[in-house]
Ligand binder design. Sequence first.
Ligand code: ADP
Ligand code: MG
Length: 920
Amino acid sequence: MSAYNALCSSTSSIDLNNLSPIQVFIRIKPNNSNDQYEIIPFKYSSNTAILTLPNSPPLSFDNVFPPQSTQYDIFESIIPLLHLPLYGYNSTIFAYGQTNSGKTYTMLGPDGKLSLAADLMGIIPRTSRYLFAAIHKLTSSSPSIQYQVRVSYLEVYNGRVYDLLRKNDNKSNNRLHSLSIRGDNQGNINVTDAVEIPVHNSLELENILMQGNQRRATAFTYMNSSSSRSHALLIIWIERRERSISSLSREYTSYLGRLNLIDLAGSEDTSRSKAEGDRFREAININTELFQLRRVLDALSASSSYIPYRDSTLTRLLQSSLSTTQSITILISHISSLNIDLSETLSTLKYSQIAKCVQRTSIPAQKLCKNIDTSDVMFGDYNDPVQCFYRRTVYIHTPSYGKIFARLAGHRYDEQQKCILLIHGSGPINSSMYWNDLVRRLLLTTSSSSSLSPYYFVAIDCPGYGRSDGDKQTIRSYPGAFIQEIIDCISPTTHKVYCLIGSSQGAAAVFNALVEKPAISSFLAVQDPVSHDPQRFVCIKQPALLMYDTDDDGHPVSVGRLVRKYIPNNHYYEFASSKQPKWLEHNAHLKLLQLFDEYDANNNITNASSLQLTASSKISVPSVPACVSVAGGIISYLSSYNREPLYKNSKEELESILSAYENQSVQNDDLFVEKIEPERIEDDESKAQRLATELAQTQCDLCNQHISSSDMSKSLRLPDCRHLLCYSCCCKTIKLNSYECPVVSCATKLNVSSSQLSLYSLPFSSDNEKHIIIQFGNSCKLTSSSSQRYEYTAYVKCKMKNVIDSVSFDINPKYPKSAIRVSEAPYELVRIMNSEFTCDFIIQWDKALNWPKLRITYYVQSKQDSFTRNLLVRVPYQGNTMAKSHKTREEVVYNWTDRDRTKPNINYVVLSYDYSSPSN
Ligand code: ADP
Ligand code: MG
């Protein structure tokens, strides 16, 4: 056992050298006090693992469990094997022995049921809990590791393989629908088409098992009324993904481990069990298969060159579990101590001895491969909440410093635009993310609904930080050379930027870079700066914004006062974060714009609008410079919005860049398409500024025509996207009933006052209704390149909190129970299917609302990436009195089954009450 103990404690590498390929445990079934039968006087010792029958030589095993052993004793002894699949190895535990000897009791629990009672629980439910606890422990202590678990559950019955997880595989009237077994060229045996269900916790796994167990063929036999007449194989696939923490690259190493938990049907003496008809045929089949299993064990223990795996379904299926080169196995042999069972007991012990003699020919290997993760393009962007402002992430390919990760924001038109480069020297995962708030404020203050911001932002992760290549010392030792290279890449014609902004080490880098290379920037700004030898800064002639926190000892204000003395053109601010914790947040962007205004004669509104950066004008996007490749942001943006409004004209161009970079589809569940309530954090000041610009606007955002003052009151300002539509032509053409803004095709709600209602031929008014947007759809991915099966994830999302109580997914409306009822987000159903299918999402609203259920009948799409519909749910806004005084209708149905992808992405349904029913 010492090798096992070592295994238990090991976490990263596992030494399999000292393990014999098949460990054999004996479990002796306790006698029932009612048993009339004579008892064999066994001698056994659990310490020495020796079992002695009367008048026989002692037999030695790896473990002997006496009748009084508990379920936990058995489980404890198999724990080491559970660690192997967590590291990419295969391990197998199987229960062997005559019928009624306690195999199912050991694997599942008493009476063939999956027992969840703490002391009676068998190996399988305990394993389920243990595995997920182990996974939790491993992943929480190291964030670069992820696990994915899938399960298959098969049974072998009368020589055929059936899938216990397959819903429509009803054996009693469809006996022929069995699965076939195939070997691949690497010697792996696979059951074609076996369902593999992804599971995320032990509860899910247990639910799946219970469903599978209900289907397991059990039949009455004379021996034992609940004895299983089939062999059951639970296969748990465990994929371990390891990423390197340092580079945060999207490449990961994947190890695929497999744990087989097998409950064999027992052999039986047909003359004793009085089996007849079907029962007799079952018994013969079981005996034949077990006979073949023994032949395989014989051949393995004799190290024979030919192992007759192929001679029965069972041994073919167990090939990888029995093969000494592929798996480590524990065989738990079950025996009875009743004299009447003696011949079966002897036979079981004989084959257990044979199994124990099996020698290893070579050490099983970890199954590993290198992969590129395409499912999570924003890997590492854990805390990044900002999804607007045309932000995307790229790699800047520098000649000397490798790939530098950068976050871009704003709309790049050409080099006339004012490029602001932001540098935070050191930092945790994404120092470039540090600037999100400042960039957002600058964009909000400088763009309006009619013109885009004249600024364009590039925030980088310095070499060696975040996802950038290179050495962490670069930014300290060669700030000038490094920053110059970045600027050469992003401004290849002018070789300069409008402003350099730095914080902390990045601020020191910015100062030093400007001392070395004065021409690279027109302005400079620092917050929380550090610097040394500020006397050198006399040569920095750029206008500078200096902001110091007097409470921050790490970035001392005493140095700041010196810097102020030496840099000639500066705007200098001191604040105390203890008293004004939000000073930077509220002021940095304004102070910066003030600085620009003061020193840049060209920096005024007319100049910005002279660029004609209006949202609706046709902007041609310059091709992305050769030095830039997409790091992910834009991919997720495109795939989840399925369009990029301002890049409308050159979407193809962008897509070709993307596909050159990577041609796999991408899903990012975190991005929510609904734009009804954009997270626009606006303080009073910027709101006032925005309203002022909006009031001054006299041009329609759709047709660009001037709106006369007499028509202004009738024109329509859309509330979310803030686009202005003229009354003379555009209000009429907009797709009001589809709730889409015609300028950028985003979902928008209507906010038309009742006095304006008569102006537009609106199909309904929003004043008397509550509106909720529901998003539904599915994603779809091929389960493996060889099979034609897809994993569909159908989902319902709602951004508004506390309106949905639960969602039931029903894929077979004739069946009284729904497939699954989910009572908290994410509301989704995962199914592995051969083809598209219809699914009903039944939304049960929060009880207090008393709204009728909404049934969405949806045709799940097999488009390779995700497919999304938006549904506007209109609830007549009568308050709760109306809801209470009228009986709620059973359900309201919305159909989306015609697979017409050209239909508008957003549609509506009215949740109405049944007014005819009497109240009470
Ligand atoms: P098998 O699967 O080998 O045919 P079962 O697991 O169905 O046998 O066990 C037969 C009966 O014996 C069941 O009623 C089971 O609850 C009982 N049994 C088996 N092993 C034990 C044990 N260790 N302690 C108590 N009851 C047991
Ligand atoms: Mg059984």
